[in-house]
Design a protein around this ligand. Sequence first.
Ligand SMILES: [Zn+2]
Ligand SMILES: [Zn+2]
Length: 413
Amino acid sequence: MQDWRYCTRPNLFHPCRRSLESLTSARRMSNNLLDDISHRRFNPLRGSWVLVSPHRANRPWQGQQEPPARIELPAYDPSCYLCPGNKRAQGQTNPKYENTFVFVNDYSAVKEEQEEYNPNDDSPSLASLLLKAEAVTGKCYVLTFSPHHNLTLADMSPSAILPIIHMWTKIYTAHLSPSSPLAKFASSTHLPPDAPSHHSTQPNQQFRWMQIFENKGAAMGCSNPHPHGQIWTTSSVPEEPAMELENLKKYNREQGGAHMLVDYAKMEREKCERVVYLNDTFMLLCPWWAVWPFEIMILPVKHIRSLVDLTSLEQMHLAEAIAETTRRYDNLFETSFPYSMGIHQAPLEGTDEEIECSSLHLHFYPPLLRSSTVRKFLVGYELLSEPQRDITPEQAADRLRKCGGELYRRKMS
Ligand SMILES: [Zn+2]
Ligand SMILES: [Zn+2]
């Protein structure tokens, strides 16, 4: 078994190794206790709690162990609406693209043009108090990650993932408010001159938020296996990022200008209990407050507000971090691991404080619990009270650390 501390990149300095050895026995004791007793953990990013019940993770497991899953898909599927050269639902034909391709979603959840909505009832009434609504306009894109129908991010090398990061950055840049402090960096954004472009990525109006995400696998409601993600821009900041932004601003004000996620990454790097992988710019970790069994955050080790802040080397480090996460996920249960993944970063338009307090980071929310067929559902207590998990994030990180290396499918062929 490969020891993650002696990484495959021999020139990489791993402060974790020394920190692990220098943990005091008192510290180990306190951790051991939380390995056994039920407790709640606080998520300062959302301002929410999760119930952890580690003693339940030792319950006997009656299920069977599935054999490693082979992926039997063709590299090109004539019936796929994302494959190069194919026709989409509304008649357009995809170009014969070489790495990524972006187009406006044929079934967008929000639209740029719609009828104005002006609730003109200003009078104080129960209805105006309890039945609030506001219009949302926006634009939704689909971004393919590869022309090959049968690949996933886990199959792709960091250099094959890099064009996706370039495209995310390009689309984010095209939607940035000219008044954003990030706009002046955008002109010098590190993109290769041949980064693919598409005329549809110019918005007609200024939107506030851009959500870049990927749903992978039927378990996450994704119907097409062709590797692709989505990009939704909206006129308002949605719930999750709005909540995070409030907490990031509050922390910054209360901690003398410090950034929560930079402080958090620094502390996790010293403790090494939840870190799965580390390179010079990013770390993968199972956060202290993780809700999903094998939830991962990709965090920069320094303050990075958005994709436009990344140098070309840092873009490559992000590609490495994404490759490490998705490959470890697939290796964990030797299956194509389902997840929802998304990027949080600075809003497209916001106050200087909002932009400055934003921290680029990625969330991976995977539903699998014990095998390729046993998934966790957020039901019952979780819907009615608060989220709950059995294995601790420390135990999850330990398992993910041990499944680096080559993708299991390659070893089978
Ligand atoms: Zn396809
Ligand atoms: Zn976030």
